[in-house]
Design a protein around this ligand. Structure first.
Ligand SMILES: CC(C)(COP(=O)(O)OP(=O)(O)OC[C@H]1O[C@@H](n2cnc3c(N)ncnc32)[C@H](O)[C@@H]1OP(=O)(O)O)[C@@H](O)C(=O)NCCC(=O)NCCS
Length: 217
């Protein structure tokens, strides 16, 4: 059981508080946000403190950190908070729903893995990865750091997913693909071939959009 500092006070943090409270051995001790967003002193009956001061008030020797944020800015906002908290000396938990199916897969830190995900054997997951609900994560695959799967994505077997990639709801990735760093696959879209770094793909068959993904998500 760890005492947890949760980053954020919006929907994702509220959900993380719910999941950790109802479906983990951990106890949320406080919330933290950047000082410029600090409005209320408490949330869910717990203190909210400035991220700038958090290590003084809740030292990394006594508390672990969890930053389950959205994929905004192609996961780089989430990466920044993760790295900043790491630089303060925190270690991280990962939350893996008791209603997810997995097989002792290697899963990194600060991952947020919700209900009804199936992670098949021999697939590894890096740090700071979100699997929202209901994804199929096929066998013999690899997911690098800072990746976001929304819901009901099918990642077929033997795929390698590059860092910062984002998969819209109901998207599909063919088996044996290498998905390059920063790929954005739109909702209900399908990837048939390896993607280009920071490419945005929509539709089925997919069309590559001409603008970089950080401008669209
Ligand atoms: C790919 C995506 C990021 C593009 O967003 P955008 O840059 O704002 O693009 P727009 O909505 O302006 O659409 C641009 C064009 O692409 C089309 N388009 C957008 N997404 C599409 C998709 N997934 N499949 C097919 N066509 C799509 C639009 O109809 C539009 O066509 P038009 O120019 O002929 O009118 C977005 O549509 C998407 O799929 N986001 C993921 C949503 C999601 O899964 N959310 C879950 C949140 S947890």
């Amino acid at each position: 059981m760890a005492k947890i500092i949760l980053f954020g006070v919006l929907d994702t943090a509220e959900l993380a508080h719910f999941y950790l409270t109802h479906d983990s051995e951990h106890e949320v001790a406080a919330f933290t946000v950047n000082r410029e967003y600090l409005k209320d002193e408490s949330f869910k009956g717990l203190p909210v403190v400035a991220f700038e001061d958090v290590e003084t008030l809740f030292p990394p020797s006594d508390y672990q950190f969890f930053a389950p944020m959205t994929g905004r800015n192609m996961n780089r906002n989430r990466e920044k908070v993760y790295l900043d908290a790491k630089a303060k000396g925190y270690t991280f938990i990962s939350y893996i729903s008791s209603k997810a199916t997995h097989f002792g897969n290697e899963i990194g830190e600060n991952c947020f893995i919700l209900e009804d995900n199936t992670i098949q054997p021999f697939t590894t997951i890096g740090n700071n990865v979100v699997l929202w609900s209901g994804n199929h994560i096929g066998h013999h695959g690899r997911i690098d750091d800072h990746v976001f799967f929304t819901s009901h994505v099918v990642m077929s077997g033997h795929c390698h997913i590059g860092s910062y990639s984002f998969f819209g709801v109901n998207s599909t990735i063919r088996d044996y693909l290498t998905v390059a760093e920063g790929t954005l696959l739109g909702m209900a879209s399908a990837l048939y071939k390896d993607s280009d770094p920071w490419g945005v793909y929509i539709g089925n068959p997919p069309k590559k959009l001409g603008k970089p993904s950080y401008e669209t998500y």
